[in-house]
Design a protein around this ligand. Sequence first.
Ligand SMILES: *Cc1c(COP(=O)(O)O)cnc(C)c1O
Length: 411
Amino acid sequence: MNDLTVTRQTFDEVMVPVFSPAAFVPDRGLGSRVWDTEGRDYIDFAGGIAVTALGHAHPELLKVLHDQGGKLWHIGNGYTNEPVLRLAKRLEDLTFADRAFFANSGAEANEAALKLARRVAFERHGADKVEIISFTQSFHGRTFFTVSVGGQPKYSEGFGPVPAGITHLPYNDIEAAKQAIGAQTCAVIVEPIQGEGGVIPADPAFLRALREACDQHGALLIFDEVQTGVGRSGYFYAYQETGVTPDILTTAKALGNGFPIGAMLTTKELAVHFKVGVHGTTYGGNPLGSAIAEKVVELVSDPRLLEGVHSRSEALRGQLAKLNERFGIFEEVRGKGLLIGAELTDAFKGRAKDFVTAAGKHGVIMLMAGPDVLRFVPSLIIPLDDMYEGFARLAKAIDEVVGATAEAPAR
Ligand SMILES: *Cc1c(COP(=O)(O)O)cnc(C)c1O
C-alpha cells in the first residue's frame, strides 16, 4: 500500500463497523480543547468517555510517559516492577482495599472481579453458590461474561448461550433485591451511579440494603467504579460518600487518563482465593501504564483537585439551568461531581444523538447516555472559561435542533 492518505471516509473502508464516529477527525488536544485535522477547535465535554480526567497533554503525565517510556515499557508478569507496586500502594492507601490486580480495561477488571467472586464462593461454599445479581440498564463491559452480566440484553443477544447463573433486578428497588439475594447468591455487582444506562445515581439506602443482604447470605458486593472512580464524583471513589464499603471495587477509564489500564481492588482475605495461575494477563500491570496511573492517582487524589470537582459541578449545573430557562428541553438534571446527565423532555426523547451531532458542528465534543440523556463528563480540571465557551457553543447547537424541530411539519 503506497497511498496512506486517510479521511473519515477511510473508516468505512478499513474498519469493522461497530462504531459510527463523528464526521470530523480529532488530531490533537491540549487541556479541554481538541483540534481536528482541518484545524477547527472543540471544547471537550466528553473526555474520551470519562477518561481524560486531567485533560489532554497534561505536562506532568507527559513527563512520566517520556521518562518511563525511555526506561522500561513491558516485562511480563514473571517479574514485578516498581511503578506497579507504587500504584498498588497508593490505591490501597486511598481505599478499603489491601490487594490489587491490574488489567487493561474496565471489562477486564470486571471479568477478574466476577471470576474472583465465583472462585471465593466455590472454595468457601461449594459448587452451587454461583448466582450473580446485577441490575437492568447496568453496563459492565463487552467481554462475553461482563456483557451478559450487564443489564442491556441487546448487547448480549445473538452470540450463543450466555453464561448461566446471572439474574437482573430493577435498579434502586430495595424490596426486589431483598427477595432475590439468598443462599444461592455469589455476588451482587452494581454501579454507584449508572453511567451508560443514563446517569442514574444509586439511592444510598439501596446500597445499604445490598450490603446487608450480601452479609446475611455470604455474598460479595462488587462496586463497578469504572466510570464513577478516580475523582469523577468529587470523591476519589464514589463509594466513599455512600457509607457503604464493597468487597471488590473495579476501576479503569480515568485511571490512566487515556493510557489503557484497569484494576480490581479487594481485601487480602478474598485475594488468597486467586492463587498462582488461577487468573492472569499479559499486559496488566506493565511498568509504563502503571507509572502513568500512579501519577494520575497522585494528582487526582489531591483534596484541592477534588474540591475543584465540586465547584465545577455547581458551575456546570448552573449553565444547564440557564440553558433550560431558555430552551426548556431538559426534564431532569442528575448525577454527581462531573458525571452529569440531562434527560430530555418528552418532545425530544430519543434525540440525544441529534444534539451531539449539532454540538460537533458548533465546536463541542458531547456524549449521550442512551437515546434520551446528554452526558457531561469533562476534564476534572476544565478551566471555567472553557466550560462557559463550551456552553455558549452548545446553546447555538441546541437553538439549531430546537428551531429545526419547530419548523418541521407536524407528523
Ligand atoms: C466503560 C465502562 C466499563 C467498560 O470499560 P472498558 O474499558 O470499555 O472495558 C465497565 N463498567 C462501567 C461502569 C463503565 O462505564
